[in-house]
Design a protein around this ligand. Structure first.
Ligand code: SF4
Length: 425
């Protein structure tokens, strides 16, 4: 059963009399578990919908609607599937106490992997989940592999019952499911020869594995430092060499690069980022893989709309990781717009200075950095630094930030999304 949270006026659902609180019980006699069932079972033009109204009345509707027309309802969010692992590098273990409860949830949900590109380990799948992935063709999935050797993977996941990943992927691949994969590299565990073997196994698996990223372990002050550490520059350089080795094979055999290092891997290694051509379709840009090259491309492609900034001064707030790479983006942007960009790297006061990701910036630290910046015409913040409720990781609201600093603030994902509209003269 899924509950309706809102009904659009003049929609099919409104005509049927569905309302907030209506329970969607089944479609064509099949019980509904979550949004996936709803979307896939109602994909046809005709279906029978069984609902329970808030007053307890049960009704069956024979629906007939033009293909593609929405029913006009919002559904309650699915209950997130919890993770069955306990990785030493888990972000949740690296959180300080006292944050929002939801941040302490270890989610590992194949549905979110399909819908939003969240990485899942597939270690908590039940037979019904396997059936749904196959029946609904949930492809591509984003899978955290880490290591193909079952013993090493179980060690990394701290899950002695984790199923072997290769047979698991094979079963899905036989039904047409494709995968984007990632390896979170923990030095001394799955780097070196293990990384080489994992890349070989995944590559030789065949074309169902669309690509693989290698991301260095990232820790906070609160992480389990007695059990796991971040890789050194030499270890990152060694990983880059293995990536290039495998990528060369992929290029000559399949005409694609197939394996990519996260931008962070290059920063830590002190190695220049590769060119944009190595990222294939930028499929893992949300995972910090090729972000800088992707930004450069976006800016170049959309440069025509970025007018009206001549002589303006724009502050760019970012985490300290991106701050090292950001000049590569801001220099061309300054040439195109005529604006002067002032990079404002913000040290993470909540997780400690080792956490350099822009998405985890506390609102308080941003406020501190901007509170005297009357010299700026505009300040840009990374779009991912607030959640859907416009809250920073420390629960400070964007609204409060906006009211407490002397400069206009805009959230941006790629600069071009907010620089199309100049600030008032
Ligand atoms: S898979 Fe590992 S890192 Fe991800 S949520 Fe579970 S324990 Fe944390």
């Amino acid at each position: 059963m899924i509950r309706v949270t809102a009904v659009l006026p003049q929609s099919i659902a409104a005509e049927l009399g569905l309302q907030q609180g209506t329970e969607l019980v089944s479609v064509n006699g099949q019980e509904l578990e979550d949004f996936l069932d709803w979307e896939f079972l109602t994909a046809e033009e005709e279906f029978v919908l069984h609902v329970r109204q808030p007053d307890g009345e049960e009704i069956e509707f024979e629906i007939e609607r033009p293909l593609g027309e929405s029913m006009g309802i919002s559904l309650e969010p699915a209950r997130i599937r919890r993770c069955a692992n306990r990785c030493d590098f888990c972000f949740v273990d690296g959180l300080p106490d006292g944050l929002r409860d939801v941040l302490y949830i270890r989610d590992d949900d194949y549905r979110l992997s399909f819908r939003y590109g969240n990485f899942a380990t597939l270690t908590n799948l039940k037979p019904n989940d396997v059936r749904r992935i196959i029946d609904y063709r949930l492809s591509p999935l984003y899978v955290s592999v880490h290591a193909t050797d079952p013993t090493i993977r179980r060690y990394l996941l701290r899950n002695p019952t984790a199923p072997e990943i290769i047979p698991q992927l094979r079963e899905f691949a036989e039904h047409g499911i494709e995968f984007h994969t990632q390896i979170v590299m923990s030095p001394g565990v799955n780097d070196g020869a293990v990384l080489q073997q994992t890349l070989r196994d995944l590559y030789e698996f065949g074309s169902s594995i669309l690509g693989c990223s290698v991301v260095p372990v990232g820790l906070t002050e609160y992480s389990k430092h007695h059990l796991v550490r971040e890789p050194t520059a030499d270890e990152c350089r060694a990983a880059i060499a293995l990536i290039e080795e495998r990528s060369e094979v992929a290029r000559s055999e399949r005409g694609i690069n197939w394996v990519f290092g996260a931008d962070e891997l290059y920063v830590r290694a002190g190695v220049e980022l590769p060119g944009p051509e190595i990222y294939d379709g930028f499929d893992q840009v949300e995972n910090g893989v090729g972000s800088v090259r992707w930004l450069q491309q976006r800016i170049e492609t959309l440069s025509d709309g970025l007018h009206g900034w001549d002589g303006k001064k724009i502050g760019v707030v970012t985490g300290t990781a991106m701050a090292q790479l950001m000049p590569m983006v801001l220099e061309p942007l300054a040439k195109i717009t005529g604006a002067a960009f002032d990079l404002i790297p913000v040290v993470n006061t909540l997780f400690g200075p080792t956490v350099t990701t822009a998405g985890l910036l506390p609102g308080m630290a941003v406020q501190q950095a901007l509170k005297t910046r009357r010299d700026l015409d505009l300040a840009l913040l990374p779009g991912e630094s607030v959640n859907d409720d416009a809250l920073f990781i420390d629960s400070m609201s964007l609204d409060l930030l906006v009211r407490s600093v002397p400069v206009e603030i805009r959230l941006s994902h790629d600069f071009t999304d907010v620089l199309q509209v100049p600030v008032p003269a």
